[in-house]
Design a protein around this ligand. Structure first.
Ligand code: SF4
Length: 303
């Protein structure tokens, strides 16, 4: 406990007193990650929520993550520390969009990135995360896929699974989408020895310059295992902070200082303390919403 500040100590006390499981996404502030029971990407978070023994689960992440945990553990109380921490990409897609795409491509399987609302998961055939997207796309039957909502991840998966035809929704993650090819080229000029690892939520013009493309957890593994001493990171800023702390002997750079998800930064230690103390904000879904969305999430976990 000595390494923790007073607020962190309070969070740890509350967590124990309430027998809560606190799961943090890699993009929330490091100070919050440090007091979590597990730090995860979306896939690991879904699996841990599904297997949770505790009656109280706190999801330090954005709304779709809390809703995903509730769908997978409906009998548990699931809390989100910040009510207004949403995901702009998730809000870009609606169930009507999926129905329209289905009407145009009736033979296609609908693959839905977990960064989507519960109502969209409910009308999809299978969910995926960035770490499972390639595996799932390769394993689903048929040769047509509707991919929602991330056009960049969809295009990346389509390029790796050329035997299937993909129809993409137009959504995107503003955090990754705002990074431009010019930013990458400038960063590469500034750090010519660095290897470049990028998240597939970035535009293809950015991804094409990468030495490694992978999900958040895969980028972390790559950075841990590469013999390179300089690494250029093409994903959210907290990953850079985490790696800089973990490997002070390596030189780890962000492609641009603009790589920040403002919604993930709403999950502060204060918000987490209040969440545990006041048991707020509960994720509420109807039984009907849960059973409709559960099928596509269960299928993702089982593949
Ligand atoms: S990083 Fe992008 S996809 Fe992730 S929560 Fe933020 S806006 Fe949504």
């Amino acid at each position: 406990m000595d390494d923790f500040n007073d607020l962190q100590k309070r969070v740890i006390e509350l967590k124990r007193a309430k027998n809560a499981l606190v799961l943090a996404h890699y993009y929330v502030p490091l100070e919050v990650q440090d007091v979590a029971d597990a730090v995860c990407d979306s896939f690991a978070m879904a699996k841990k929520a599904a297997a949770a023994k505790e009656d109280l689960i706190v999801i330090c992440g954005v709304r779709f993550m809390g809703e995903g945990a509730k769908v997978l553990s409906p009998e548990k109380t699931v809390l989100l520390p910040a009510l207004d921490a949403g995901c702009p990409m998730a809000n870009m897609v609606t169930p009507e969009d999926v129905q329209e795409l289905r009407a145009l491509h009736p033979e296609a399987t609908v693959m839905c990135y977990v960064n989507s609302p519960t109502e969209v998961k409910a009308v999809s055939d299978v969910c995926c995360t960035s770490s499972s997207a390639l595996r799932i796309a390769g394993s689903i039957p048929g040769d047509e896929v509707i991919f929602v909502p991330d056009k960049h991840l969809g295009a990346y998966v389509a390029s790796k699974v050329p035997e299937k035809k993909f129809y993409l929704h137009e959504g995107y993650c503003p955090t990754h989408h705002r990074v431009r090819e010019e930013d990458v080229l400038a960063a590469k000029r500034a750090h010519p020895e660095a290897v470049f690892a990028v998240h597939p939520e970035c535009d293809e013009s950015v991804v094409r310059h990468a030495d490694f493309v992978g999900s958040t957890a895969e980028i972390l593994d790559f950075a841990r295992n590469t013999p390179a001493r300089e690494i250029l990171i093409g994903t959210e800023s907290e990953i850079v902070r985490r790696l800089q702390r973990e490997f002070p002997e390596k030189r780890i750079y962000s492609v641009t200082g603009a790589f920040t998800c403002v919604n993930m930064k709403k999950i502060t230690l204060e918000a987490l303390r209040d969440c545990l103390e006041l048991e707020q904000y509960k994720v509420e879904l109807t039984g009907e919403q849960i059973s409709a969305a559960r099928r596509s999430l269960d299928r993702m976990i089982s593949i």
